[in-house]
Write a protein that binds this ligand. Structure first.
Ligand code: MLT
Ligand code: ZN
Length: 460
């Protein structure tokens, strides 16, 4: 370590793994946004809470910014280190610490992958229900920092709902033990919920106690081809009325085009404007009959043009791949990602207005819509035309975002449903939050992190 500050850190915390290897800096200095050139000072891998506290105290003493780092699957630049920050990777703090069968709570370290949490729950005959395509590589600490949502929010809510306790190291190096797994705790401000969704700007999650639940009964997966957005809303209302939904996701024919080009199997002979993948409880013959009756009604009413029900797990996985494979299939096209939310009932009007604006102003852009329509959460991905350079493309997309912000405001929506503000959406925070709210947020940040070292430049 040629930097004397790093030599001091290494001396103070002998168990801390540190690297300034260019490959490590490149790898750990960015997330999935790929827009900013990584330029961290170094990467640190603590293996204990005490080392995390030591790192934070050292960073305070030297005025070095800290970027907490999990699986870096984020899509808003929240885990980017482009200005000489120390990246604090939680990769080595990745163990299950405890399970309590009476409380049905699982205590884990922050660097454990979401899928490993799901597997640990399953080993106990229980379920950790938050799930999304990045589950194999994202980490629970990052899920908590962004209040991650995903494909089962319609049934189970966001990550927030499943966090029963948190240990957090604040921006001053103080260790907080928040809520300790209690179900009821009427003792003032719930600081746990302040940390959830704070995008690493208040402190570092060093331990999480998660509530588990009973696994759902057997389920069925259905794919529907839908001719129009108004019809899709009717399908949704009917599905929610007749079935016990676990997921209700949509994508357009453009999304299907890309996922098929990426190796997925074509589901229907014809193409259709919209598709829905839905999963619902199908524990017995009655539930299966309800599902068939629902499908029959949708066909009779003309709300659905075609459909497929998975007959086994492999078919269910193939149907889910059409939805969950979208992000990966779009990645080579360097998409500019928007992740918005409106009330479900506002989706058709919002979408029609946006499509008209996009067709008028940006006819050369391939715009791909998909997402968690059952939560009013739409992902709008604009793909980079091959003949456009990166900077021009991003500049043009930011004009699109300005239109989007305007349209969202008229429909009472939000510029980020689940990906977070990070760097990407920071210029538009004021479109969702009032000046008074932002002033309070800044005040809170100043108390938790007086020297402003925690994930500097993100969110606020
Ligand atoms: C998804 O719903 O697939 C994720 O939010 C990822 C994405 O938006 O690309
Ligand atoms: Zn999503």
């Amino acid at each position: 370590m040629t930097d004397p500050r790093l030599s001091e850190l290494a001396r103070q915390l002998p168990a801390l793994k540190l690297s300034t290897d260019p490959g490590d800096l490149e790898h750990h200095g960015r997330d999935w946004t790929r827009r900013w050139a990584p330029a961290p000072l170094a990467i640190a891998w603590p293996s204990s809470i005490e080392d995390v506290q030591g790192v934070v105290r050292w960073a305070n003493a030297h005025g070095v910014g800290i970027v907490p780092s999990g699986g870096r699957t984020g899509l808003s630049g929240g885990a980017v280190a482009a200005h000489g920050e120390l990246v604090v990777s939680l990769d080595r703090m990745n163990r299950v610490l405890a399970f309590d069968p009476i409380d049905r709570i699982l205590t884990v370290q922050p660097g454990i992958a979401l899928e490993a949490v799901q597997n640990a729950a399953q080993e106990q005959g229980l379920l950790y229900p938050v799930s999304f395509a990045a589950r194999g590589s994202c980490q629970i600490g990052g899920n908590i920092a962004t209040n991650a949502g995903g494909i089962r929010v319609i049934r189970y809510g966001n990550t927030r709902q499943w966090v029963a306790g948190l240990k957090v190291v604040t921006g001053t190096g103080e260790l907080l033990d928040l809520n300790r797994g209690l179900i009821k705790n009427a003792s003032g401000y719930d600081l746990r919920h302040l940390v959830i969704g704070s995008e690493g700007t208040l402190g570092i999650v060093v331990e999480a106690t998660l509530t588990l639940t009973s696994p759902p009964p057997a389920s069925q997966v259905m794919l529907l081809a839908v001719p129009a957005m108004d019809a899709l809303m009717k399908v949704f209302a009917e599905a929610r009325h007749r079935l016990r939904l676990e997921a209700f996701e949509f994508f357009t024919d453009r999304a299907l085009h890309h996922v098929l080009a990426h190796g997925a199997q074509r589901p229907f002979d014809d193409t259709h404007p919209f598709y829905v993948v839905t999963e619902f409880d199908a524990a017995d013959e009655q539930a299966e009959a309800d599902a068939l009756a629902f499908f029959g009604l949708c066909m009779d009413e003309g709300w659905v043009a075609d459909g497929a029900i998975a007959a086994n797990e492999a078919q269910a996985a193939a149907l889910w791949r059409l939805r969950e494979g979208i992000t990966e299939s779009l990645a080579p096209h360097k998409p500019y990602k928007n992740d918005v939310s409106v009330r479900i009932s506002a989706v058709p009007a919002f979408m029609a207005e946006m499509e008209a604006l996009l067709a008028e102003g940006y006819p050369h852009f391939d715009v791909v819509w998909f997402g968690h329509i059952g939560d009013g959460n739409l992902h709008i991905n604009v793909l980079k035309p091959t003949d456009l350079d990166n900077a021009t493309f991003v500049a043009q997309c930011e004009h699109v975002t300005a239109l989007l912000v305007d349209t969202l405001a008229r429909h009472g929506g939000s510029i980020s449903a689940e990906h977070g503000i990070g760097l990407v959406k920071k210029p538009w925070l004021g479109s969702v939050r009032s000046d008074a709210e932002i002033a309070l947020m800044r005040g809170i940040k100043a108390v938790w992190d007086p020297r402003g070292i925690m994930n500097p430049g993100k969110l606020l």
